[in-house]
Design a protein around this ligand. Structure first.
Ligand code: Z5A
Length: 230
């Protein structure tokens, strides 16, 4: 993806990935706030969802209504939601020079539907090629905690609310997810950085900031006062 050096303005695309309760939402929001404090225009978003159409699909997916139709159909619906999200929010923002910080993206399909759900890798790759195309993340932060700790944190945050379609899965499912994300970090070191999220929140946030500073050099980003004020 083009940066600022080529003349054409293009924002950076950062995604957060990892299992349940690893701190993705917390750290995506903390990073977005820190970038904004430097005057950088930032769009904080999430998947599934982030756009009107995709949020409708999120509701259906997380309700568990699609589960009986099998992982292929779930993968297609996640891809459909991503297509709407990319076309209506992510690509327009990047084209305006806005940095996009996204809580989950295509790696979640690779791991949840692919590695764990056993959707054929050719299907996963084809969907990614069609939907994501060239809009690949510049940087993916993978947050890692033992599956049991992630589930504990997610349950504590949820309180008395009912678990969603994935939170209700057994510990073994979440352990496989963790393995899937660890494998991703090993296989794509140029894009993915693994962060030990067992450290206290502030330390995790500092480590993420160091990674972003080193890899994407926010100091060179054009200041967008209007966007940063949002
Ligand atoms: N899914 C899929 O299958 N395929 C796809 O392509 C996509 C998604 C895109 C979306 O659920 C589900 O969709 C997801 C995968 C599937 N599976 N599930 N479940 P979601 O968006 O509702 O939930 P989530 O993405 O799994 O995130 P989460 O459970 O909300 O957790 P989180 O964002 O990683 O964590 P958090 O909310 O930031 O933190 C959890 C709690 O821990 C909270 O109280 C924090 O204050 C606390 N916390 C955070 N960091 C720390 C540290 N360092 N120490 C102690 N406590 C901490």
């Amino acid at each position: 993806m083009a940066g600022f050096e080529g003349g054409a303005m293009h924002g950076r695309f950062i995604t957060f990935e990892g299992g349940e309760g690893t701190g993705k939402s917390t750290h995506a929001a903390m990073l977005a706030a820190r970038l904004k404090s430097f005057g950088i225009g930032v769009q904080l978003t999430r998947e599934p969802g982030g756009s009107l159409g995709a949020e409708m699909m999120r509701y259906i997916l997380l309700s568990g209504a699609v589960r009986p139709l099998g992982p292929n159909v779930e993968a297609l619906l996640f891809a459909a939601a991503r297509d709407d999200h990319l076309n209506t929010l992510i690509r327009p923002a990047l084209a305006r020079g806005i940095w996009v910080v996204c809580d989950r993206f295509a790696d979640s399909t690779r791991v949840y539907q692919g590695a764990v759900g056993r959707v054929d890798q050719r299907t996963i790759r084809a969907l990614e090629r069609i939907v994501v195309g060239e809009t690949k993340p510049d940087l993916t932060i993978i947050l890692d905690v033992p599956a049991a700790e992630g589930l504990r944190r997610a349950a504590a945050r949820r309180g008395k609310g009912a678990p969603d379609r994935y939170e209700g899965e057994a510990l073994a499912f979440h352990e496989k997810l963790r393995e899937g994300f660890l494998a991703l970090a090993t296989n794509e070191p140029d894009r993915c950085v693994l962060v030990d999220a067992m450290q206290p929140k502030d330390q995790v946030a500092e480590q993420i900031w160091r990674i972003v500073s080193k890899r994407l050099d926010p100091a060179t980003a054009p200041i967008q006062f209007e966007e940063a004020a949002r």
